[in-house]
Write a protein of this length. Structure first.
Length: 215
């Protein structure tokens, strides 16, 4: 699976290649699984429209997500993901696993994600799974509450390679010189809808289009 960060200048080329190779004839179900970064801003609708317009298929993007939740909650809510019978599952729990108030240290986070991936693969043998690094935390919500968030993001990259699942490394895009983080993430954790549509959605679309249609 693709493990790259989006590059806006080659997005159009990927879209054209994906459209040309797409042979799916039915609905493509995607589940976004995670925290408030998944639950807020209703970016799933825009992602679905983006992919539908290129794949020429109906793409339905559901969310199983809640604010303040961690990978412990993720383990408990796998059945909610499975019920959608998705072809693609996008997972993100770093922002809360790395919050020291939850006391989920890297080893537990690693174990939880490994179990989530193994269970999803067992229940959905043909599913494609992607881990997503998301937008950064800023100011006190970064340095006081999430001092080790970079280690958790790095762990996602390691899990992706070790378990053979996809990685959508959106965190890299947020640190582009063109991004005004204080304006894009005014409360220090949650991006504005405008920022999510400008960074998160294109990043996800780019990697899914690169990987092509999911059978």
């Amino acid at each position: 699976m693709t493990r790259i960060a989006i590059s806006s200048e080659n997005y159009q080329g990927a879209a054209m290649d994906s459209a040309a190779s797409n042979k799916c004839s039915d609905t493509i179900n995607i589940v976004t699984f995670g925290t408030s970064l998944t639950n807020q801003n209703d970016w799933q609708r825009d992602l679905g429209n983006d992919l539908s317009s290129i794949w020429k298929n109906n793409v339905e993007v559901a969310k199983v997500a809640s604010g303040g939740k961690t990978s412990r909650w993720g383990l408990e809510n796998i059945p909610r993901v499975v019920q959608f019978k998705p072809r693609i599952v996008l997972i993100e729990f770093v922002i809360n696993d790395s919050d020291i108030r939850h006391q989920i240290w890297p080893k537990e986070s690693l174990n939880n994600h490994t179990r989530i991936i193994h269970i999803l693969k067992s229940e959905l043998p043909d599913v494609k799974i992607y881990l997503m690094t998301m937008s950064p935390a800023l100011r006190l919500r970064r340095w006081l509450l999430r001092p080790f968030i970079n280690s958790y993001n790095a762990q996602y990259r390691s899990i992706s390679k070790r378990l053979g699942v996809g990685l959508i490394d959106i965190d890299l895009m947020w640190h582009s010189p063109d991004v005004d983080l204080t304006r894009a993430i005014p409360d220090g954790v949650h991006p504005t809808r405008e920022a999510a549509l400008q960074i998160t959605v294109p990043a996800i679309s780019r990697v899914l289009l690169e990987d092509g249609c999911v059978r």
